[in-house]
Design a protein around this ligand. Structure first.
Ligand code: NAG
Ligand code: NAG
Ligand code: NAG
Ligand code: NAG
Length: 667
């Protein structure tokens, strides 16, 4: 009898069936599986990534009965012969979780699906955390003014300084006497008889030299430019081969490395004329500093600049008794300048993203609220003034607010700031279909997949591409250097809450200035241009193209949204960056977790971007908190949390739409 070449014939009949099914499945997966290529473009070239794939992959999902997504998600990675040989999930990195959000920093973050790298549904792949170069300032309370008013203003100014530098990607550190005394050269400086100004200058340099390579800024020198300004980009690179000072900024800003700082200090100490000079610029030999003259990113509010540019301050600064008054005005002035610089950068205005316009108005309330506050004019003691480094700025006037638009698609425009709100697919489907009892049957029969992702990228990617193909672009919009400078994203379930001081402060650190959060029509400040009110109204097209929802609709939406939040919490998606835990599905109720998994498997792309944004924000918070703790250790910062900026703005609790979210989310 002739042999068949089919090896299956040797197997029992049942196994034959299993074997052929398996082979079929493997082939499917091989062809439709993900490629591990880093670059989204090669990714596209390698894989048939059209709508057929989406259909194909989804069919696989459909055929699998109750745990739909695991078999589809994981295998392509280890079946792909050209892929990583990683059979085990990558190790946990330090500080890579917060509440239920977990992440893994890797260069493969642009790949559509994180789980192809982490082999774990719950760990999102984020871009590697950019190293923040340190920017130092020296602040010694001993030599400073003693009156309460000045002291408080100085603390506020330090906070303004920290916030502005942090938002531009730096790690601001306030040094004090302790750091200066730590420098081995300190004793040598002690032996010199110096003028008071020079003494402070030497202490600054000693403290800087003790820390090493970095930026030394006066605490009245803040970055006042777009995030991707060339000078800021250079400073962010963190490599300063040459000791550099900046034309026009005097001693306001230096950059350099440890060796050159030390050399310059030694040179100054051995200079016999040191007791007649006032700065190291004078004691240094000519070739010590590279002098950069093309720059405009730093605003230095030195006394001479203040006197020259702002007559109001000039009169106050000329009399000793009114100097504290001048100091008191300064934090608000700088804050207003930072805000208007931001507004000038985004001249096209603010876009509030609303890809699924129907029945989702409730989800957008926090974004609209934030957009309105951002487009408002900041409270300034010298309204309509320009920062010292941008004499040609366009000051904020209440008659022409920054436009706010509600857009159904993401637009990649350089001068447009986007506020994106990403709902969990459960929330979205529940609101869209006005149902609080989503079940497997309904989801499969009645709902479209990955609605949000498809709609949001319609203009960017065009029609006819799969939702998977769209993910890299969306991730790029959130987390690339270009994207992060022009957008802010949060999940609909965990927006910045208006009633949480912590959340609002977190936003201030993101933007680099204190966002106005009280209406300015109290007659206290003089409005440069008369207007009925300064806070802009909600955008006209708030409801996208669809007719505006009635009050009854809104009530219904809110009720549904609250139910959805409740569901999410019970299904183990509640502590969105809040609750303790972090193990998969902790505390989730089994049936609800099943429904949740089903919804997530049905909407792989929407779920992916939701988890990505959740992790992105959680990491941002973890990073900042970590720095706050670290900075407490430096001399100039001790006890700083005693007098905080912002405490001025005590205001009655306003109950608005965003008061819906108090519950769950404690972080
Ligand atoms: C500076 O110091 C030198 C020697 O250390 C001294 O001779 C000179 O008088 C001092 N000058 C001033 C202005 O104090
Ligand atoms: C947006 O445009 C910039 C350049 O203009 C590009 O580098 C970036 O990748 C684009 N972002 C997206 C999400 O397409
Ligand atoms: C926006 O401003 C209002 C008051 O005008 C304030 O209640 C609210 O907390 C602010 N929200 C944000 C996100 O800044
Ligand atoms: C992790 O976080 C803790 C506390 O916030 C901090 O002390 C520690 O330095 C962090 N570790 C890393 C590697 O960032």
């Amino acid at each position: 009898m002739a042999h068949h070449w089919n090896p299956c014939t040797y197997l029992p009949r049942r196994l034959q069936i299993v074997a052929s099914l398996t082979t079929f499945l493997l082939i499917c997966l091989l062809f439709f599986g993900t490629s591990p290529a880093d670059d989204p473009t090669t990714y596209v070239n390698h894989v048939p990534f059209g709508p057929e794939l989406r259909a194909g992959a989804h069919q696989v999902v459909d055929k699998l009965p109750s745990i739909p997504k695991v078999p589809y998600m994981a295998p392509p990675q280890w079946l792909n012969p050209f892929g990583d040989q990683a059979h085990t999930p990558p190790p946990e990195q330090t500080n890579s979780s917060s509440g239920e959000a977990r992440w893994y920093a890797d260069f493969k973050w642009r790949n559509p699906f994180s789980s192809s790298t982490t082999l774990d549904e719950e760990r999102a792949v984020l871009p590697p955390l950019a190293e923040r170069p340190r920017v130092y300032t020296y602040f010694d309370s001993v030599g400073r003014r003693k009156d309460e008013k000045s002291k408080e203003a100085e603390q506020e100014l330090l906070q303004v300084w920290r916030r502005a530098w942090w938002a531009q990607g730096f790690k601001p550190v306030v040094l004090g006497k302790a750091e200066a005394m730590n420098n081995p050269l300190y004793r040598a400086v002690q032996g010199l008889e110096l003028e008071e100004e020079m003494e402070t200058e030497m202490m600054r340099w000693l403290a800087w030299g003790n820390m090493g390579t970095g930026i030394l800024a006066n605490w009245l020198a803040v970055p006042m430019a777009a995030y991707d300004d060339t000078m800021l980009s250079f400073l962010r690179r963190g490599e300063y081969p040459l000791l550099t000072r900046y034309e026009g900024l005097g001693t306001g800003l230096f950059v350099g490395n440890k060796i050159s700082i030390e050399k310059t200090l030694k040179e100054a100490i051995s200079n016999p004329q040191i007791n007649t000079t006032r700065s190291l610029i004078e004691t240094a030999s000519l070739d010590t500093f590279l002098i950069e003259d093309k720059h405009a990113a730093i605003a230095f509010y030195s006394t001479s600049t203040l006197k020259e540019k702002y007559p109001l301050l000039k009169t106050k600064l000329e009399q000793t008794t009114t100097i504290p008054d001048a100091l008191t005005l300064l934090p608000r002035l700088i804050n207003a300048h930072l805000h208007s610089t931001w507004q000038n950068t985004f001249s096209s205005g603010i876009s509030v993203l609303k890809p699924a316009p129907e029945h989702t108005t409730t989800l957008l309330l926090p974004a609209v609220e934030l957009a309105r506050n951002l487009s408002q004019c900041a409270d300034s003691p010298i309204p309509a003034s320009c920062p010292p480094n941008r004499p040609k700025c366009k000051p904020c006037v209440s008659s022409s607010h920054l436009p706010i638009t509600v857009q159904t698609v993401f637009r990649n425009t350089t001068t447009l700031f986007t506020i994106g709100t990403v709902p969990h697919p459960y929330t979205l489907l529940s609101l869209l279909h006005s149902r609080d009892d989503l079940n497997v049957k309904f989801i499969r029969r009645e709902t479209d997949r990955d609605l949000w992702t498809l709609a949001a990228t319609k203009e960017l990617i065009g029609n006819g591409q799969s939702s998977f193909f769209r993910l890299p672009a969306l991730k790029d919009a959130v987390a690339s250097e270009f994207g992060r400078a022009r957008s802010l994203w949060f999940t609909a379930e965990r927006p910045p809450r208006s009633e949480s001081e912590k959340d609002l402060e977190e936003l201030d650190w993101w933007f680099g200035f204190e966002i106005p959060r009280h209406p300015l029509d109290d007659g206290k400040s003089v409005t440069p241009v008369p207007g009925p009110e300064r806070r802009p109204p909600p955008p006209k097209d708030e409801f996208g193209d669809s007719p505006p929802p009635s009050d009854a609709d809104l009530v219904k939406e809110k009720a549904l949204f609250e139910k959805s939040l409740m569901f999410m919490q019970r299904a183990g998606r509640g502590g969105v960056g809040g609750a303790k835990g972090g193990k998969k599905n902790t505390g989730g109720e089994k049936d609800l977790v099943r429904t949740r998994d089903m919804v997530e498997a049905w909407n792989l792309a929407d779920t992916e971007i939701w988890k990505f944004v959740r992790a992105w924000n959680a990491r941002g918070r973890v990073e900042r908190r970590g720095w706050e703790e670290e900075e407490e250790g430096f001399g100039g910062s001790r006890g700083r949390w005693g007098s905080r900026v912002g405490s001025r703005f005590e205001e009655p609790k306003v109950l608005n739409g965003a008061a819906l979210w108090p519950m769950v989310l404690s972080m």
